[in-house]
Design a protein around this ligand. Structure first.
Ligand code: FAD
Length: 500
């Protein structure tokens, strides 16, 4: 077994948005940091969001004033400081179906605007808007208000932060699982690591460990023997990418019967219909898409939109698990009603171990600043603050048949963006897998040769590795196809109002 590298100030477990933001904040403060991710950067829940940088409007129903204020502040800061990553966008809250009464919506939107100190444009009532023509109820009204949306994608947002952290000196190890944790000399921890592609073991010694493993954080804590006053409730969120209609210009929001909301988000050539929300006991269970998730989403879509969509229209599936923090001994009902969406941090009294509970893309900067402040009570950075530095930007010169636009080339992504597999490239470095059916292969495999060429570009000196990558990727795509097949059967057996 390889012995540990020199002791780093902080080892961060998990390169989702939380781990990425914390790595960046700590590296900028002068800490030596290693970010460890067992899969790909942004390969967990952070690749499955609705891509809104929002102030948490929905949480006003539970009077979560503190959370909403904090999220609004983070949203507005990000919109000013990172216009290349997030931009303001109009959201249209459409009053159909289970919509709350108009005066209530107007009052909530006014309060929302005021909680953000009026930094966004005021909400206004729309009697006509472009997407009206797409609705079943063409007389429906809407309220327009302003939020933020990611310029490119959630996965790229995370990757961008990780690369900025690297430019400030952070080390990043992907395809590296933390499998064991024990005490080490002088109060530090020793992490037992395993390369998930080669199986090679190694160790890393760290003065402090930050557990930012999202929905897996409780499992990691249990393995390390860390007890916390918080735990996660796991809420599955499945979304569908459907063909985008020409008149679909901006985010549409619809109230649901259970007090939540569904969103139709325009994203390149697709519209993401998001999402389900169901609680599950384990990550294995929560991270699986059921056929009924697909048919349920299509049913609600068809209740709102005139063009009936069926299973055959689904371009791609997205799944993430919202890690929602709750007090450890709190019992939660099956609907998870009244759960606070505010993140929590826990710094162990005895061991140098900090756990992040909850957290969103929208509030990631604020969360990372809180982690930095909490850590400063225990640990002084071992080096001076690094000079501001930005990572190199790759040329956007790669194209793919059937899609407009251009992306960084596979070879560049492999060399500069920790891109190791076809799934990394087609799903997260680009959106090809989500914008074209069957993971980019196309409905009749018409793009097979293009996908194969990417596999060869990612593994230029190893034809065997390219073939294995292609076969693995194919299996993933086939697994989604099986879910859709099951959904087709479900739709044809039951009278769900969903064309098979
Ligand atoms: C459907 C849906 C829509 C959403 N929409 C929005 C939105 O519009 N705006 C918004 O702000 N938020 C949104 N969210 C919430 C947001 O996406 C999540 O809260 C956030 O992405 C969670 O990030 P994370 O870093 O905690 O977890 P993750 O992204 O899951 O990252 C955790 C990482 O830890 C890694 N890991 C786990 N165990 C180990 C180990 N032992 N060793 C090494 N690595 C490990 C995992 O591989 C994973 O990559 C949405 C969530 C869902 C489900």
């Amino acid at each position: 077994m390889r012995t540990g590298d020199d002791v780093v100030d902080v080892a961060i477990i998990g390169a989702g948005i939380n781990g990425a933001a914390v790595s960046h904040a700590l590296a900028a403060a002068g800490y030596t940091v290693t970010l460890i991710e067992r899969g790909d950067i942004g390969g967990g829940t952070s690749q499955a969001s609705t891509m809104l940088i929002w102030g948490g409007l929905l949480y006003l129903k539970d009077f979560e004033i503190r959370t909403v204020r904090a999220l609004c502040r983070d949203r507005d800061r990000l919109l000013v400081e990172a216009p290349d990553q997030a931009r303001p966008c109009e959201v249209r809250h459409v009053a159909t179906g289970h919509a709350r009464p108009a005066p209530l919506i107007a009052a909530a939107l006014h309060a929302y605007w005021a909680l953000a100190n009026g930094r966004r444009t005021r909400a206004r009532r729309l009697t006509s808007f472009g997407e009206q023509a797409l609705l079943r109820d063409r007389t429906a009204r809407a309220f327009a208000f302003e939020e933020g949306t990611l310029v490119e994608s959630d996965a790229r947002f995370v990757l961008d932060l990780v690369r900025r952290a690297e430019a400030l000196g952070a080390a990043v190890r992907t395809r590296t699982a933390v499998e064991g944790i024990g005490p080490h000399a002088a109060g530090s921890s020793r992490l037992a690591l395993r390369d998930t592609l080669t199986d090679a073991p190694s160790t890393l010694d760290a003065r402090v460990v930050v557990n930012a493993a999202g929905g897996w954080a409780d499992t990691v804590n249990a393995a390390a023997g860390i007890a916390t006053p918080w735990r996660h409730v796991l809420s599955r969120g499945v979304s569908l990418a459907l063909p985008r209609e020409a008149a679909h210009d901006t985010h549409l929001v619809f109230d649901t019967a259970d007090g939540n909301a569904l969103t139709l988000a325009p994203w390149g050539p697709v519209a993401v219909w998001a999402s389900t929300e169901s609680l599950h006991a384990t990550m294995d269970e929560a991270g699986r898409i059921d056929a009924s998730d697909v048919t349920g989403l299509l049913e609600t879509y068809n209740a709102h939109f005139a063009a009936g969509r069926g299973v055959d229209d689904v371009v791609s599936l997205r799944i993430g698990v919202r890690p929602v923090p709750v007090a450890r001994d709190r019992a939660v009902d099956t609907r998870g009603l009244g759960l606070s969406r505010h993140h929590r941090l826990h710094l162990d009294r005895e061991r140098p171990w900090l756990t992040v509970f909850g957290g969103k893309l929208s509030g990631s900067r604020g969360l990372a600043a809180e982690v930095r402040a909490l850590l400063a009570t225990r640990l002084t950075p071992s080096r001076a603050r690094p000079r501001p530095s930005t990572p190199p930007v790759g040329p956007r010169d790669a194209t793919f048949p059937g899609l407009p636009g251009a992306w960084v080339a596979p070879a560049w992504a492999a060399a500069h963006e920790h891109c190791r597999t076809l799934d990394d490239y087609l799903r997260r470095r680009t959106a090809i897998a989500q914008w074209l059916p069957r993971g980019g292969f196309g409905r009749r495999d018409e793009h097979y040769a293009a996908v194969e060429a990417i596999a060869r570009a990612l593994h230029p000196h190893d034809a065997g590795a390219a073939a294995r990558d292609l076969a693995d990727y194919r299996r993933r795509v086939d697994a989604d196809a099986q879910i859709l097949q099951a959904a087709r059967q479900l739709a044809s057996c039951a009278s769900l109002g969903v064309p098979a």
